[in-house]
Ligand binder design. Structure first.
Ligand SMILES: C[S@@+](CC[C@H](N)C(=O)[O-])C[C@H]1O[C@@H](n2cnc3c(N)ncnc32)[C@H](O)[C@@H]1O
Length: 237
């Protein structure tokens, strides 16, 4: 006979330790809410971000060039570096170079031998990123591909150990199939820009982002999880 365990109605529900041990007080400054934890992560990541100047330059460039410019440096630079290092990625593909902030982290995490192919459709961004990579001494490890993702991807042979998709979402429906084709079994697809509604309601691409999210969850070739910041991590199975 199979006996199912069912907790009694009055059983205690597990609660955060802070709640159970209510007599204790937290050390000063210790984050005491999910919001405070997110702020702590943001501040500490920034303090230790050796490429923060390029993130700042990306913001300045976007502000200077107005709404048509979509250079938003990722807020997950150190995470990209850690994931590239953890997966021992040697062949990395990035879609959406911007001014090169994320590629710096990907190259950093895959040093000394990792190669980053990065696709960018804006010629001005390509020029600025090329300069950034030269100044950081990684121009031999980052190969820039000028063109829109949907033009460039069919020309790339792969396989890649890690793909970071961080472009505008208008081509996401078409790029996903290429990403799956180009990713080695066990490789990692990291997708950004999937929760655009958190920034503004009138941003374009929300429908494409929703459809992409559904596809990577349902696709039997991918094992997908989301970080609390909305980054999708999909392993090619
Ligand atoms: C969010 S920014 C990339 C930021 C960069 N990954 C970083 O973290 O520093 C998006 C960039 O992708 C480029 N882009 C947008 N859609 C693209 C597409 N379909 N193909 C190629 N590049 C694209 C934009 O010109 C912009 O430079």
């Amino acid at each position: 006979m199979c006996v199912l365990y069912r907790p009694a109605a009055h059983a205690r529900v597990a609660r955060p330790m802070r709640y159970i041990r209510g007599a204790m007080t937290l050390p000063p400054g210790e984050p005491d809410s999910p919001h405070a934890v997110a702020a702590w992560v943001r501040e500490r990541s920034r303090e230790h971000d050796r490429y923060a100047a390029i993130s700042d330059a990306s913001d300045a460039h976007r502000i200077e060039h107005g709404p048509a410019c979509t250079v938003y440096a990722t807020s997950s630079g150190p995470l990209l570096g850690a994931l590239a290092a953890a997966t021992h990625a040697k062949r990395i593909l990035e879609i959406g170079t911007g001014l090169g902030y994320s590629a710096l982290w990907l190259a950093d995490g895959s040093a000394p031998h990792g190669i980053v192919d990065s696709i960018e459709r804006d010629a001005a961004h390509i020029d600025l990123a090329r300069d950034v990579f030269a100044r950081h001494g990684i121009d031999t490890r980052v190969r820039l591909h000028h063109g829109s993702a949907i033009e460039v991807l069919p020309r790339l042979p792969g396989p890649y150990d890690l793909i970071f998709s961080d472009s505008d979402v208008d081509e996401y429906a078409d790029t996903l199939e290429h990403s799956v084709r180009l990713l080695r079994t066990g490789g990692l697809l990291i997708t950004s820009n999937l929760f655009l509604g958190q920034y503004t309601a009138d941003v374009s691409g929300i429908d494409q982002a929703i459809a992409y999210r559904d596809r990577i969850i349902d696709d039997a070739r991918l094992r997908t999880a989301f970080t609390p910041t909305g980054l999708a991590l999909s392993v090619r199975v």
